[in-house]
Design a protein around this ligand. Structure first.
Ligand SMILES: [Zn+2]
Length: 450
């Protein structure tokens, strides 16, 4: 009887704190810790190592955090991108917590009578019932409805809690964007502090989304040491560093403590409009003069794309107006497309854009494999694969100056040795259950790191 002491009372499992700093690269943390810019993270490293970690393909926040929270890959949790599609009738939609096809860490712990407090993790909106408190992530729209239990929304409102920073400001007014990011982080930090103190949790997770937001809009200015924004960018991360220090101190004696990010970041060289390329190459046909997206696909389409680089054959019998016959025809299109994608070049300087094209069956394994894209194109760092239709050219330098990288996520675990050389965000759920000394109720795709 693993969970009971000899006196017959429930054994108290070790408590776990997880702080997610979305999209904060390992290489960036290391550089600034070494330079003395992040004194809190530096002292945190007295009790463990900062590890580089792999993300998941495609390395999109919603896919990576779904992988974290379920311990399963995309074919196990059913979240394949920021946007997904239903083939027949054809529909595109933003997947959220309702579409999650596997149990989450907090769902499983709740079923086992452990208390959880989960704040702002992607793909947790609309908030699903837990044994404790859950505040939904960035797809929530109304503070009053963003939490479980729903009454907790009124409390959040009274604390002036904010769900997300205003990304429009990142485009229009960078000074206002900094202000907004700082206020959003302050309010989230304050809510997290209160919940940490007041709630009787066994598992506590705080997600900082603002780091991903600032990276998307200012990574290039940071990397180029822009005189206006470089130091403000680093100052924002100094604030995040102080937050990490505060929660680390609270965890000092008896609590497991994890900091992780879900992917790295690099400067966008160009956005690449894969659907425009597919149209130019004759694979995609569009209806009308002003098609908006792949919902306006016309008859005769052989393939279309969803972000980032996920390419679906317009397969007869599967898609609403499928035109490629399964079997030999489909195979031929896949072979032809793979070769053409690998040969795609940047019209401005001739650089190759796509490093790898992977078939879903070679990348994923699980009950939802059939719902994945047929081909997943993985670009060289700097080429951000988009799905916009009817663009004036295949590549363009747009407003988003930072993009995700697969190989540069980060992980710290207090007082635990990690001996594995290669690991990914898939391995965190089994690690957390091992730390809590709880037998997981189902099999994970990853492996415990401790
Ligand atoms: Zn992310």
């Amino acid at each position: 009887m693993k969970f009971f002491s000899r006196s017959g009372k429930a054994k108290r499992n070790r408590r776990v704190v997880v702080i997610g700093i979305d999209g904060t690269p390992h290489s960036f943390l290391k550089k600034h810790i070494d330079a003395g810019d992040f004194p809190h993270y530096k002292r945190i490293l007295d009790s463990g190592e900062l590890h580089r970690m792999d993300s998941v393909q495609p390395c999109i926040s919603s896919v990576a955090w779904s992988t974290f929270m379920t311990g399963k890959g995309p074919a196990g949790h059913r979240i394949f991108g920021f946007i997904d599609r239903k083939p027949n009738p054809f529909q595109i939609f933003l997947p959220n917590a309702i579409h999650m096809g596997a149990k989450t860490i907090w769902g499983m712990l709740s079923e086992m009578d452990r208390r959880v407090a989960v704040i702002n993790v992607p793909v947790t909106s609309p908030p699903q019932p837990v044994n404790g408190i859950l505040i939904g992530g960035f797809l929530s729209v109304d503070v009053l409805k963003c939490a479980y239990p729903q009454e907790f929304g009124a409390e959040l409102k009274s604390w002036n809690y904010r769900i997300d920073a205003d990304a429009n400001l990142g485009r229009k007014d960078k000074d206002a964007f900094f202000e907004d990011l700082n206020v959003t982080l302050d309010r989230r930090w304050e809510a997290a502090r209160r919940i940490y103190e007041k709630e009787p949790w066994d598992f506590f997770q705080l997600h900082v989304m603002e780091t991903d937001r600032i990276n998307h809009f200012l990574w290039e200015q940071y990397e180029n040491e822009d005189p206006l924004y470089h130091s403000r960018f680093v100052d924002f991360y100094k604030k995040v560093d102080a937050l990490l220090g505060e929660f680390y101190d609270r965890s000092r004696d008896d609590t497991e403590f994890i900091i992780l990010s879900d992917h790295g970041f690099c400067t966008v060289k160009k956005e690449v409009y894969v659907n425009q390329w597919l149209e130019d190459e004759g694979y995609l046909k569009l209806k009308g003069d002003e098609p908006k997206n792949v919902m306006d696909m016309a008859e005769g389409t052989k393939a279309y794309s969803l972000i980032p680089g996920r390419i679906f054959l317009n397969l007869a019998g599967r898609e609403e107006n499928g035109s490629v016959q399964p079997g030999a025809d489909a195979e031929a299109v896949k072979v032809e497309l793979t070769e053409a994608l690998l040969n795609m070049t940047d019209p401005d300087d001739g650089s190759k854009i796509i490093e790898q094209v992977v078939r879903r069956e070679d990348l994923y394994e699980g009950p939802y494999t059939e719902e994945a894209a047929d081909l997943i194109a993985i670009p060289y760092d700097g080429y951000d694969l988009k799905a916009n239709v009817r663009q004036p050219s295949i590549t363009f330098k747009g407003d988003l100056v930072g993009m995700h990288t697969f190989w540069d996520a980060s992980l710290f675990i207090k007082d635990r040795q990690i001996s594995a050389q290669d690991f990914s965000i898939l391995d965190l759920a089994p690690t957390i259950f091992k730390m809590m000394e709880i037998e997981p109720p189902e099999k994970f795709d990853g492996n415990s790191l401790i």
